[in-house]
Ligand binder design. Sequence first.
Ligand SMILES: *Cc1c(COP(=O)(O)O)cnc(C)c1O
Length: 240
Amino acid sequence: MSRAPGERREELAAGLAAVRQRVETACEKANRDPSELTVVVVTKTFPASDVVLLADLGVRDVGESRDQEAKPKVAECVAAAGPAASLRWHFVGRLQTNKAASVASYAAVVHSVDRPKLVPALSKGAVASERTVQCLLQVSLDADPSRGGALPADVAALGDTVASADGLELRGVMAVAPMHQEPSAAFARLLEVSHRLREQHAQADWVSAGMSGDLEQTVLVGATHLRVGSAVLGSRPRLG
Ligand SMILES: *Cc1c(COP(=O)(O)O)cnc(C)c1O
């Protein structure tokens, strides 16, 4: 399976171009300006060498879902210097309390804050590394606890907790499409949660929703951040 690096670069360039085209088309339909949208390229399971190529191709935002994998990958990218050294890392996966301080040492944005216990751990990590970490509250749209996310009814209190923590900035909400429901109805609920949160915290206006399979739908309902993996990098082995 070993291939020339130039070939991989071309694959990634083609994936990025295809995603940018989809985003533009979706924006035209939704009457939105593509500059309102941030595409986070989710690089989990792919090597740091891919992240370096993506940075060379102009990607600024990359996402990871496990600290064990992300931490050494961030270090490799920093060591590679060049544009990969100044990427914005987004943590999008389920977060364990005992990993929160580590994640806060490199993540610019954590998309998966879903319970109060995480907040002091993230705050401590951010303060210790003298950084500000932007936080999104992950909202459960199907009340399935195994997939993470706060219940919509708990979002207001969680938002207050994040907003008052040192080193953290409350920036909005995030969701993953529910498994057995009509996605557009679920995303409409996410938008409702987002509007309610903004009544208390005006700056919390980011909505992270939309992956390779459903980004058109979420652009239509008002997503600001898309988390796109396989459409750029190709299919990945199942995570163990
Ligand atoms: C892996 C992952 C993505 C990207 O998924 P694709 O279907 O490959 O685009 C987005 N969000 C989260 C939370 C993920 O874990």
